[in-house]
Design a protein around this ligand. Structure first.
Ligand code: HPA
Length: 277
């Protein structure tokens, strides 16, 4: 392989590797687990776990709370891939590299993506421990993962983002939540680069823009998924009130603690949604 190998060819090489490691595996659904949500893997009947470091063209991850494994298994009787740990732009990865796993999912035949994350609540009605169904997003990472030559095998140069989060999936997620008596907030996720948390002034600005929750991931993956025709549903665990709303200082450890405590609720929701689909 040369430096000039296209991203499509790289994804195919990774797919060949995965097909060798996990024969006869044809998942239509993938799940990206956010900070502190890695335990969801317990819900999966695991066939194979492959650390990113062993997967061709994958980069190692460096964030506490993000394991860095691709998990292959079945959930509610369906073959699924689970990304346990994701790539963040703030780790220093090229933005294009952060979405490579999504492209591999597409090459493997994935049609549905569940994205999860931890997020700060900007909406004053939100409390830590809430779950927000992501209805739309604002990409405020200052870049776009599709910048560069467009690999036409994945999708068009100028992909539509009018329904970045699939409306039918949003409705079915609301129905699943209602059946489990889980209250779901619904709102707009704004994605920032981090790694510093926001200032109170930034949070006031984001609120004026119409954002309800803020985090350091997801928007890039959702753009990549839309580009290659994967339908997306997204859930944010509100791990804290965003900067300036309370006097509390923000810390990654506290975010992790809250998400760990609420993860069972989110796991129940995702598992039930997959079962019902
Ligand atoms: N800001 C940005 N990212 C986050 C936050 C936050 O308040 N909480 C969890 N991830």
């Amino acid at each position: 392989m040369t430096e000039n190998t296209s991203v499509w060819d790289k994804a195919l090489e990774t797919k060949v590797f995965i097909n060798q490691q996990v024969p006869n595996f044809k998942p239509s659904l993938a799940i990206v687990l956010g900070s502190g949500l890695g335990q969801f893997a317990k819900r999966i009947d695991i066939i194979k776990t492959i650390p990113y470091a062993e997967i061709p063209h994958f980069k190692p991850t460096s964030v506490e709370g993000h394991a860095g494994n691709l998990i292959f298994g079945t959930l509610a009787g369906q073959q699924v891939i689970c990304q346990q740990g994701r790539y963040h732009f703030y780790e220093g990865h090229a933005i294009q590299d952060t979405i490579f796993p999504i492209r591999v999912m597409r090459a493997l035949g994935v049609e549905t993506l569940v994205v999860t994350n931890a997020a700060g609540g900007i909406n004053l009605d939100y409390r830590k421990g809430d779950i927000m169904l992501i209805r739309d997003q604002i990409n405020f990472q200052g870049t776009n993962p599709l910048i560069g030559p467009n690999p036409p095998e994945f999708g068009p140069r100028f992909p539509d983002m009018s329904h970045a989060f699939d409306p039918a999936y949003c409705e079915s997620m609301l129905a699943t939540a209602a059946s489990l008596e889980i209250e779901l907030k619904q709102g707009v996720y704004i994605s920032v680069t981090g790694p510093s948390y926001e200032t109170p002034a930034e949070i006031r600005m984001f609120r004026a823009w119409g954002a309800d929750a803020v985090g350091m991931s997801t928007a890039n993956e959702v753009i990549a998924a839309n580009h290659c025709g994967i339908r997306v549903v997204g859930l944010s665990c509100i791990s804290n009130e965003a900067a300036g709303i309370t006097d509390e200082k923000l810390s990654h450890d506290d975010v992790g603690d809250v998400v760990n405590r609420m993860s069972q609720k989110l796991e129940n929701l995702v598992e039930a949604w997959v079962k019902a689909r």
